[in-house]
Ligand binder design. Structure first.
Ligand code: FE2
Ligand code: FE2
Length: 180
């Protein structure tokens, strides 16, 4: 399997979650209220799965190795755009979480920030994924030798193995901080 294989598989799950979020966004608009528990789940999915696990492998393994190669101008430009888009996604998730917290405190006006950030995220992710799937991942495999591809795939597996421990170490540490 190509090292972009697992990444493309992860795109399919991210797309499913984005579809669920788009449905929830419609409900929020129709009913004029949001479900904070759903937003918590969506924020956790995006932060842990889409950002740490998925973008983590893209940035810390795939892009890191591609940055060492003599990329075409177009591929270099796309890679930089993808990195910027990851940053934008992180920023919107942060804003979505903050808006949810204000909303839970009773600030009704925060609903419009929940809506606008969910709107940005549900529009941004499908475009970002399409750019990677159709214009970047496969052509970029040509820069790697078969040996480099195998090594990358193995490193991605190792990265994933560490994720569950990292996630729950963070959970315990954040509880520890709240109790302190
Ligand atoms: Fe990405
Ligand atoms: Fe991706």
């Amino acid at each position: 399997m190509m090292p972009v294989g697992p990444l493309m598989k992860e795109h399919r799950l991210i797309e499913r979650m984005i579809g669920v979020m788009a449905g929830s966004l419609e409900e929020i608009r129709k009913e004029g209220k949001a479900d904070p528990c759903f937003i918590d789940t969506a924020v956790d999915f995006i932060r842990t799965y889409a950002d740490r696990c998925h973008h983590g492998k893209e940035e810390e393994i795939l892009f890191r190795e591609l940055a060492k190669k003599k990329l075409s101008q177009e591929h270099r430009r796309i890679m930089n755009e993808l990195i910027e888009e990851h940053k934008m996604g992180r920023n919107n998730v942060k804003k979505l979480k903050a808006a949810k917290e204000s909303y839970v405190r009773g600030e009704e006006a925060a609903l419009k920030d929940i809506i606008s950030n969910m709107e940005i995220l549900t529009q941004f992710y499908p475009r970002h994924i399409e750019k990677e799937d159709k214009h970047f991942f496969l052509p970029c495999m040509d820069y790697l030798t078969p040996k480099e591809r195998d090594k990358m795939l193995e490193e991605m597996g190792e990265f994933d193995k560490g994720m569950i421990h990292e996630k729950y170490t963070q959970v315990v540490e954040s509880i520890g901080r709240e109790e302190a």
